[in-house]
Write a protein that binds this ligand. Structure first.
Ligand code: ADP
Ligand code: MG
Length: 386
């Protein structure tokens, strides 16, 4: 973090010939459990991680917007009066999209000054840890402060989501921004995707000596676009045939009826979502009652459900999960949309080296590409840097 503070300050000063007015940062996130439940109005349980995007920002005397990033050579400039989603493209659509989206939540863009912003980050891009929510949330808290908007964090999460939906054009839900804005150290965000109610739940990983190991398979999400769309379609079909608004309205007690009404494939898609929602509720309850060492079985069951019922795993993810479990992780599952990406393994701290070595060896033995393994901790959400 100290390195990032130095590089972002230096980057701002060298691009804009002045020191920034302040620094703000926001974390990436990982989803502990609750996969493909968000668009079914269900439950998710992500946490903010100790990898952050930092923005250095100053207001200007005029109405020009200038955005720069360590990630790109160019400095993008746009007059505030030209700020519409249609005018945005490329990486700068994330920060500028947030500036625009604030106008949809009460900011009067005809009355605010322009700004210069420089962005740096140690959230890996495209690894499923939501570098996109990190950049959106960091810019959102910075502008909320300097434009003196007084918006609360739940509104800022919707601002980030709107930027991603309209300016970037990605039809994502509100999970990532909620985790990035509402997260707290050693805690996760229990989010109801229907009511948008969010509750911070202590994880207790530190006291239990547990860490979350990310196993990035580096398999790219080759079928993800088509696979994602077809899974969503199956969920909508299942809900329609069962006469409910969304699969959120079903419980495990409805599954017997679902098995009678639905074809086998649709039934298994529905069963994943219904049981996954229950597993999120069970995870929150188990954490409260017994602590984190008791949630391993729920993580394992989530993986099997994605592998067998939702059919979104790949051999690399299955191997990562099985090997991590065999080497001492207390629970493991693929995380994210599927068809590649990362798995997570809840692991006693002392066993991290042995689980890491076992996974690397297993991948080599299968002739798979070299995975990237690293530990993440649950960290505080977005805010101003002291
Ligand atoms: P992720 O899973 O990391 O969220 P996305 O495709 O949703 O992947 O978002 C990644 C995109 O966000 C990048 O391609 C880039 O356009 C933008 N982005 C993320 N971090 C930065 C950064 N530090 N500087 C500039 N753009 C960034
Ligand atoms: Mg993203």
């Amino acid at each position: 973090m100290n390195d990032l503070i130095t590089t972002v300050t230096d980057g701002f000063t060298s691009r804009f010939d002045a020191a920034p007015a302040g620094l703000w940062s926001a974390p990436g996130r990982v989803n502990l459990i609750g996969e493909h439940t968000d668009y079914n109005d269900g439950f998710v349980f992500p946490f903010a991680i100790n990898r952050r995007t930092v923005v250095a920002l100053s207001l200007r005397d005029d109405r020009l917007l200038r955005v720069a990033s360590s990630f790109a050579a160019e400095t993008v400039e746009l007059p505030l009066d030209d700020l519409t989603p249609e005018n945005l493209a490329g990486w700068s659509a994330y920060p500028l999209g947030v500036a625009w989206a604030l106008s949809q939540f009460g900011a009067d863009l005809t009355a605010v000054p322009g700004f210069d912003v420089f962005i740096d980050s140690d959230v890996p891009i495209g690894a499923g840890l939501s570098s996109s929510a990190a950049i959106e949330s960091a810019v959102a808290v910075a502008l909320n402060d300097l434009w003196q908007l007084g918006l609360d964090r739940r509104v800022l999460a919707r601002v980030g989501q709107l930027a991603e939906n309209r300016a970037v054009g990605a039809p994502t839900g509100i999970m990532d921004q909620s985790a990035s804005l509402l997260g707290e150290a050693d805690a996760a965000v229990f989010l109801d995707c229907r009511s948008l109610e969010a509750e911070v739940i202590p994880l207790g990983f530190d006291a239990a000596g547990l860490e979350l190991l990310i196993i990035d398979t580096r398999v790219s999400h080759a079928h993800s676009t088509g696979g994602y769309a077809s899974r969503r379609a199956s969920c909508e079909l299942g809900a329609r045939m069962l006469g409910v608004t969304s699969l959120r309205d079903l419980t495990v007690d409805d599954l017997a009826r679902a098995a009678d009404v639905l074809d086998d494939e649709t039934f298994r898609r529905v069963r994943h979502v219904v049981t996954e929602n229950q597993r999120v509720l069970d995870t929150v309850r188990t954490l409260r009652a017994q602590g984190p060492t008791a949630i391993g079985d729920l993580l394992d069951a989530s993986h099997l459900s994605m592998r067998d019922d939702f059919e979104i795993s790949v051999p690399e993810l299955d191997l990562a999960v099985e090997t991590a479990r065999g080497a001492g992780a207390i629970g493991a599952r693929m995380t994210g949309g599927g068809f590649g990406g990362a798995a997570i393994a809840l692991t006693p701290s002392a066993l991290i080296p042995q689980v890491t070595a076992a996974v690397i060896a297993a991948f080599a033995a299968q002739g798979f590409g070299v995975p990237d393994l690293f530990v993440v901790r649950a960290a505080d959400g977005a805010g101003r840097q002291e």
